[in-house]
Ligand binder design. Structure first.
Ligand code: NAD
Length: 343
């Protein structure tokens, strides 16, 4: 049976009441947190995971503990018995073999074209379903925008920028904007605290790429020792300003304001799980009466990066499934669709 037919001939879980079968691509910091979030859900069933060296698939649902054990002790979920497969083409082989309604792409976007190339691979395979990413850079979302027509023609409902920023905070900005007749600025400031950088290597490398003097390609080429040396110089803290973040293009497309009115920056502490500052978005605008005001939406300090990225990603995946059921395909951003709460 081809992957193309599979998406159509077995649409059981796209019926209300039957859990949505979910795959997680990438099993690092965010991928593992994503699986942990899925386990207690009744509306979603975690059936697939892929990492660089292999994949695991079980139509009745994967076991988190055994997947974690295989990944942590042997370096890949592909070692899992009997559900694992070791392969250097893990995403492609998984997609061809598994019956999955929606995938969360918890993959590094290194190089900056990687996620778009994965989207293209899904199109080329003739796969139909829902894809969600937590991509961060403006230029990365722009690459996906170029695939819009092909995704629509292929029957894929793709939701991009569905993490925290872009994602939760971008969507909050859209809500906040409703009080205003004109938006003057959207300012996103994030605080991230993690106990050690190795738990989120791609996230930290991608953050380093925003520091003056670094680029995506130079951050990609850094060895772990070089990353550690850089973090030693800053006591583990990265301060990021005027980042190239896709919140800008997403809010521009959503009609709020031009992208130059959107700014994103933050502080990441890689040696302390406590947030160095409270993550927030401030939306300043003018009301129809001519008053200038600012709405501020602040995330609770106890919420982790993983909670604020993976929670929204699945909220958007559920919304994507609703769109699929209605025959709505193509590319959507977190700023134009309301996420749905997953029970
Ligand atoms: P990580 O480095 O901890 O893990 C990456 C995982 O991807 C690993 O399991 C690795 O084996 C797997 N992988 C790498 N290349 C692969 C390939 N070709 N095929 C299959 N699997 C592959 O990554 P992380 O820190 O969890 O970050 C994941 C992504 O989430 C990053 O792109 C990061 O920028 C993004 N992120 C987004 C937000 C947001 O708010 N939008 C916040 C944090 C992180």
């Amino acid at each position: 049976m081809s992957a193309q037919i599979r998406g159509y001939t077995n649409p059981a879980s796209t019926k209300p009441g039957v859990p949505i079968r979910v795959g997680v691509l990438g099993f690092g910091g965010l991928g593992q947190a994503a699986a942990r979030i899925l386990i207690p859900k009744s509306e979603m069933l975690w059936v697939a995971a892929a990492d660089l060296k292999g994949y695991a698939y079980a139509s009745e649902g994967l076991n988190l503990d055994t997947c974690l054990a295989a990944y942590q002790s042997q370096g890949s979920v592909g070692y899992l018995e009997p559900s694992g497969t070791l392969t250097s083409r893990s995403i492609q082989d998984l997609v061809e073999q598994a019956t999955v309604d929606g995938y969360f792409l918890a993959l590094p976007n290194l190089p900056n074209t990687f996620i778009a190339s994965v989207a293209q691979m899904f199109i080329d395979l003739g796969w139909r379903g829902v894809l969600v990413d937590a991509i961060k850079r403006t230029s990365a979302v722009e690459q996906l925008l170029e695939l819009k027509e092909k995704l629509a023609a292929g029957g894929i409902t793709y939701l991009t920028g569905c993490g925290a920023t872009p994602g939760l905070l971008t969507a909050a900005a859209v809500l906040a904007a409703q009080s205003y007749a004109e938006i003057h600025s959207v300012q996103i400031t994030f605080g991230v605290g993690i106990a050690n950088w190795e738990a989120y290597r791609a996230t930290i490398r991608e953050d380093i790429a925003h520091i003056p003097g670094y680029s995506v390609s130079s951050a990609l080429c850094m060895t772990d020792t070089e990353v550690e040396a850089l973090l030693n110089q800053t006591n583990g803290v990265l301060k990021l300003e005027n980042m190239e973040h896709a919140d800008d293009v997403m809010l521009e497309l959503a009609g709020l304001c031009s992208r130059d009115r959107v700014t994103v920056g933050g502080v990441v502490d890689t040696r302390n799980p406590k947030k160095p500052l409270s993550t927030n978005v401030q939306v300043t605008g003018r009301t129809f009466e001519g008053k200038i005001s600012t709405h501020t939406f602040t995330l609770g300090d106890e919420t982790s990066m993983a909670a604020n990225v993976c929670g929204p990603a699945f909220g958007y995946l559920k919304a994507g499934v609703t769109l699929q059921r209605r025959g709505v395909y193509g590319l959507f951003t977190a700023a134009e669709i309301m996420p749905q709460f997953v029970k």
